[in-house]
Design a protein around this ligand. Structure first.
Ligand SMILES: *[C@@H]1O[C@H](CO)[C@@H](O)[C@H](O)[C@H]1NC(C)=O
Ligand SMILES: *[C@@H]1O[C@H](CO)[C@@H](O)[C@H](O)[C@H]1NC(C)=O
Ligand SMILES: *[C@@H]1O[C@H](CO)[C@@H](O)[C@H](O)[C@H]1NC(C)=O
Ligand SMILES: *[C@@H]1O[C@H](CO)[C@@H](O)[C@H](O)[C@H]1NC(C)=O
Length: 341
């Protein structure tokens, strides 16, 4: 049955067409505003910001002098599909590999994710900055410059709130381990920040599993009490491929891979983050790296807390050896420093 509706208006055909066009335009505008990225594409012609020139593949090709180029197939984050059938047996135990931790890891990978966000994946050239925690960021006024990078990588529990002018507020990724996790991850990160777990021991996988699956917490086995309640979205969690720890230790610090029982020396999260950035990014800048000279016993080492080099004793990090490695990367142009190094 067809019911005959009265004409909407008694106007000439031309007006009807205009009304239709107006309606289409209204719908388009509404749709665009509801999708902010489209709004920008359709109605804004942004003045291109003056950004550092970025050459595709530059960081990796420069870094290949240090790392060789055997790394191209390595995923940045561990993937469930690689462990479900155990296609990728690891030569090393944590922190350099996953040997012996596969079952725990499988349970963690089943509830987390391994994807690189589309907005990073789709960039033709990725400009990255690794923000170290060093005191040289204090009064640096680098905040705005840091926020302009495509990818901002931060470390451990370094705060952002209250330090925005010097360190920026954007955090694309934050590398951490249970003992270095900030107790209030929502305050110091953005809603879409990837929280990248750097596992040193099997307990670290166990910790994240008990947090995310709300299982009984384990308090023993950590050198410092990690959070027992940690308010994060499991989809934000990534597990860093231990491959990066392996090549940071092997290629940058020449550490022995097979260490007796207990690992004596290991790379800092900062050196690990630079290693990761050299594989993920096309341009890598660093800010807030470097420690005071050893004789400078009063100088604080971080931009946010009053601790000195003394606190690094027994940490298993050799900061002078790392400084040599970073100097080498600066000299070969693989990375560039935004604060003095
Ligand atoms: C990198 O890979 C290419 C081909 O895959 C090879 O010819 C070249 O020798 C490699 N370079 C290094 C430094 O391993
Ligand atoms: C930072 O600036 C403030 C205020 O100008 C000054 O009091 C403080 O000493 C500066 N800190 C450093 C580490 O330069
Ligand atoms: C740290 O590294 C430096 C330079 O490679 C070396 O001379 C020093 O002996 C190392 N210190 C320790 C405690 O291993
Ligand atoms: C990088 O470090 C060198 C050596 O400390 C320094 O001379 C230079 O000014 C630094 N670059 C920036 C942008 O701070």
């Amino acid at each position: 049955m067809v019911s005959k509706s009265p004409p909407l208006c008694m106007c000439p055909a031309g007006w009807k067409l205009l009304a239709m066009l107006a309606l289409v335009l209204v719908v388009m505008v509404w749709y665009s505003i509801s999708r902010e990225d489209r709004y920008i594409e359709l109605f804004y012609f942004p003045i291109p910001e003056k950004k550092e020139p970025c050459l595709q593949g530059e960081a990796e090709s420069k870094a290949s002098k240090l790392f060789g180029n055997y790394s191209r197939d390595q995923p940045i984050f561990l993937r469930l599909e690689d462990y479900f059938w155990v296609k990728t047996p690891s030569a090393y135990e944590l922190p350099y590999g996953t040997k012996g931790s596969e079952d725990l890891l499988l349970r963690v990978l089943a509830i987390t994710s391994s994807s690189i966000p589309k907005n990073i994946q789709s960039l033709r050239c990725r400009r990255c900055v690794v923000v170290g925690n060093g005191h040289r960021l204090r009064n640096s006024s680098l905040g705005d410059a840091i926020n302009k990078y495509d990818v901002v990588i931060r470390l451990n529990n370094a705060p952002v709130a209250g330090y925005e002018g010097d360190v920026g507020s954007k955090t694309t990724m934050r590398l951490f381990y249970p003992e270095s996790a900030h107790f209030d991850p929502k305050v110091e990160n953005n809603p879409d920040t990837l929280l990248v777990l750097v596992a040193f021991k099997a307990m670290d996988f166990h910790w994240i599993e008990t947090i995310l699956s709300d299982k009984k917490r384990v308090r023993k086995g950590f050198w410092k009490q990690p959070p027992l309640i940690w308010d994060v979205n499991p989809k934000q969690i990534r597990i860093l491929n231990p491959f990066f720890m392996e090549i940071a230790a092997d290629k940058l610090l020449s550490l022995p891979m097979q260490q007796p029982r207990k690992i004596k020396q290991k790379p800092t999260t900062g050196l690990l983050a630079i290693t990761l950035a050299l594989h993920l990014c096309d341009l890598v800048h660093i800010a807030g790296f470097g420690y005071p000279d050893a004789y400078n016993k009063k100088q604080t080492i971080h931009y946010y807390e009053q601790i000195t080099l003394k606190s690094m004793a027994g940490s298993g990090h050799n900061v002078s050896q790392e400084a040599l490695a970073i100097k080498r990367m600066l000299e070969m142009g693989a990375v560039k420093n935004l604060t003095s190094f």
